[in-house]
Ligand binder design. Structure first.
Ligand code: HDD
Length: 712
């Protein structure tokens, strides 16, 4: 498969960033004042063995800068990976929006994307069971638009007021700072079980969506209902969806746990390597449009961020594509310093009154002030819009611009009234004029009170193997809780979603699903509120299933960038490897030679083959599939090292495709593969196409019930 070379579609932003790039190649070392440095290894001392002198400005500059190198990590989403790219529109949706990126098909809008986990610290594992952040910064010709979403279409809570509670509950417990990057602990489930609005996002976190195979293989969602505004000033409601070209795929929990040990940078590396090797990740942008007059036609409230609009009810219209084609030059300067704000919108896009979104409009600007340290964070290269900016905001720490002139106020006559206001015809922004006739009131709308129907819809829509994963995840997570009353309360609330699920989880925990609980179900209400009014009603079934919610209905048509471990020792059959390699690489898969040692291995015909990983340095969970070519001596070498057997048994347990030829087949006979010879993804002495087809399926989940019994 031909590797792509970057085109310069995102050049407007990349060129802008280039102005700030600093090259070290062929340069002499200087201080920050441009003084050439002669010795950066020794401090200035009073004699060879004497004390260091205060005079040593070189030492002080170097150490002081080092002492202040860190900035506070993000309160949430601290662990992340970013990339540059561009967005292109397939066809204009001017009937809905006047935004340039939604009307101009000739445009390629530069983007910077940052994916993240939510709960863990900056250095935590990529494979935590968690929501993934999916934040996209569009550098549009009309200003920057940030779509700050997640890989799940709903959120835990309905009102921003509860965000600190949610985050405090999931973060490590404050007395012992345990556990890191994990929701499986008492405080989280204490909170969840008392705040039933969380259950929808919670069950998504129990599903495979929370342990993606790759950042390139997950969907993204804007979550909130936003507005699109057309030239006539008319509003339509909209939900944004990102659909990955490679489909939505996940690893198993057993793999996730092991990947965390074998390569805790697994997702970051995967994204970097894919872009570096010219396999540019792509997502299509879809919109679900709801007419203004249809606002109240649903069984749920469009302003409630814990609800999705099933694609069965409102289809997703695909309108464009995003391609990520360039890795950052510097992690800190770009991925760490990028600041996303849901409040960054452009004409043609507007907010709704979703109370979660409304709170976010405050929080993100506020947090950048302490994280990046100054109201001038928009001047950091990665955050600068591609449009020139002019206003009367001045000064502040780290001011990078030099505003000219005598005036910094409006109106003025001394600067000819500039910068002047933009007329609407010039693209000036005005907010959508929504009619409001209301009482000022601190409460929750009753239309937000259905907490069980959509988690139940999600669970019903899953394939059996996905349901099994959800069950196992609950057993794991609740099994880690130490208070029985929290476990039992969770069992009770899960039973409101699905009785059968609750019974299975209870069995795994060795507990019974309680018939009732003493306290009200939902306690996320004010002290003087009418408690009964805020209790969630029994679940409703307004749609039996929504196929779009199950990963079993995703795309299974590509093996591009899939990693295939080829297990060989000296004497492997080169002809077999070449045949398989050619077939796999034609489809874009990546072959990794795993040998008993590093360096090279010799084939049966005496050719040297470069080794990608010595078996001691790698693990089965880092690959999508395994191929074992024949060769008597090669197989003898594999048999001598028990890790190869474990490698294969693990891949088998994780339902991956495994292929072998010649003596390789004999080797597999000595592993648990011998019990799975009829399996569709076990390819013994077969055509490469069978292996390719099996890999396209991502996993053979049909194998799961039997494979789970494999003791690795
Ligand atoms: Fe948030 C970061 C996504 C609700 C407050 N959030 C952050 C990031 C993502 C999201 C992807 C990381 C951005 C990056 O990569 O830099 N957050 C969401 C989504 C939400 C949501 C999809 C609900 C639909 N967030 C939310 C609420 C609040 C915050 C309700 C506060 C009231 N979020 C923050 C924050 C962060 C943040 C504390 C931490 C770092 C940052 O903003 O820049 O302000």
């Amino acid at each position: 498969m031909a590797k792509k070379t970057p085109d310069n579609s995102n050049s407007k932003k990349i060129e802008d960033l280039k102005r700030f790039e600093v090259e070290t190649k062929d340069t002499v070392m200087t201080t920050n004042q441009g003084l050439k440095v002669n010795d950066t290894n020794n401090s200035l001392k009073s004699g060879e063995r004497g004390s260091t002198l205060l005079e040593d400005f070189l030492l002080r500059e170097k150490i002081t800068h080092f002492d202040h190198e860190r900035i506070p990590e993000r309160i949430v989403h601290a662990r992340g990976s970013g990339a540059h790219g561009y967005f292109e529109l397939y066809e204009s949706i001017e009937q809905y929006s006047k935004a340039g990126i939604f009307t101009d098909t000739a445009r390629k809008t530069p983007v910077f994307v940052r994916f993240s986990t939510v709960a863990g610290s900056k250095g935590s594992t990529d494979l935590a069971r968690d929501v993934r952040g999916f934040a996209v910064k569009f550098y549009t010709d009309e200003g920057t638009w940030d779509l700050v979403g997640n890989n799940m279409p709903i959120f835990f809570i309905q009102d921003a007021m509860k965000f600190p509670d949610l985050v405090h509950a999931v973060k490590p417990e404050p007395n012992k700072e345990i556990p890191q990057a994990a929701s499986a602990h008492d405080t989280f489930y204490d909170f969840i079980s008392h705040t039933t609005e969380t259950l929808h996002n919670q069950i998504w976190v129990m599903s495979d969506r929370a342990i993606p195979r790759s950042l390139r293989m997950m969907e993204g969602f804007g979550i909130h209902t936003f507005r699109l505004i057309n030239e006539a000033g008319e509003s339509h409601f909209v939900k944004f969806h990102w659909k990955p070209k490679l489909g939505v795929h996940s690893v198993t929990w057993d793999e996730a746990v092991k990947i965390s040990g074998a390569d805790s940078d697994f997702h970051r590396r995967d994204l970097w390597d894919a872009i570096d090797s010219g396999h540019f990740p792509e997502w299509e942008l879809g919109v679900q449009i709801v007419a203004q007059e249809d606002e109240h036609k649903f069984d749920f409230d469009l302003l409630d961020p814990t609800k999705l609009i099933p694609e069965e009810m409102v289809p997703v219209q695909i309108i464009g594509k995003m391609t990520l084609n360039k890795n950052p030059e510097n992690f800190f300067a770009e991925t760490e310093q990028v600041a996303f704000l849901p409040g960054h919108i452009v004409p043609g896009i507007d907010f709704t009154n979703d109370p979660l979104l409304q709170g976010r409009l405050f929080s993100y600007r506020d947090t950048q002030l302490s994280r990046l340290g100054s109201p001038n964070f928009h001047q950091i290269p990665i955050n600068r819009p591609i449009m020139p900016t002019h206003n009367n905001q001045r000064d502040g720490q780290m001011q990078m611009d030099i505003p000219k002139g005598q005036t910094a106020y409006f109106p003025n006559s001394l600067s000819g009234g500039c910068p002047h206001m933009a007329k609407m015809a010039e693209g000036g922004f005005t907010s959508y004029e929504e009619r409001i006739d209301a009482r000022k009131i601190r409460t929750r709308s009753e239309s937000f009170s259905d907490h069980f129907s959509q988690p139940a819809l999600f669970y019903r829509s899953l394939a059996d193997y996905e349901k099994q994963h959800v069950t196992d995840a609950y057993i794991f997570e609740l099994g880690k809780c130490t208070y029985q009353h929290i476990q039992e309360r969770m069992l009770y609330v899960v039973a409101q979603i699905d009785e059968d699920l609750a019974q299975k989880v209870a069995k795994g925990l060795g507990l019974k699903v309680p018939k009732s609980i003493d306290e009200p179900l939902n306690q996320a209400i004010g002290a003087d509120a009418d408690v009964a009014k805020f209790q969630p009603p029994k679940k409703k079934v307004y749609l039996e299933k929504d196929p779009a919610l199950s990963q079993s209905n995703t795309k299974f048509d590509s093996i591009e960038t899939r990693q295939v471990a080829v297990l060989v020792g000296d004497g492997f059959k080169m002809s077999e490897l070449n045949t398989m390699k050619a077939a796999l690489e034609k489809e874009g898969a990546m072959i990794k030679v795993v040998a008993p040692h590093g360096g090279t291995v010799k084939s049966d015909s005496g050719e040297e083959q470069k080794v990608d990983a010595a078996i001691a340095t790698t693990e089965s969970v880092l690959y999508d599939a395994i191929y074992v070519p024949g060769g008597k001596n090669s197989i003898k070498a594999l048999k001598e090292n028990a890790k190869y057997t474990k490698f294969i048994n693990e891949a088998l347990k994780h339902c991956k495709a495994i292929a072998a030829d010649g003596e390789g087949v004999e080797f597999l006979e000595t592993t648990h593969v011998s019990e799975f010879k009829e399996d569709a993804a076990i390819c013994l002495n077969s055509e490469p196409q069978k292996f390719i087809n099996a890999m396209k399926q991502h996993r053979n989940w049909k194998r799961m019930p039997q494979a789970e019994k494999i003791p690795v």
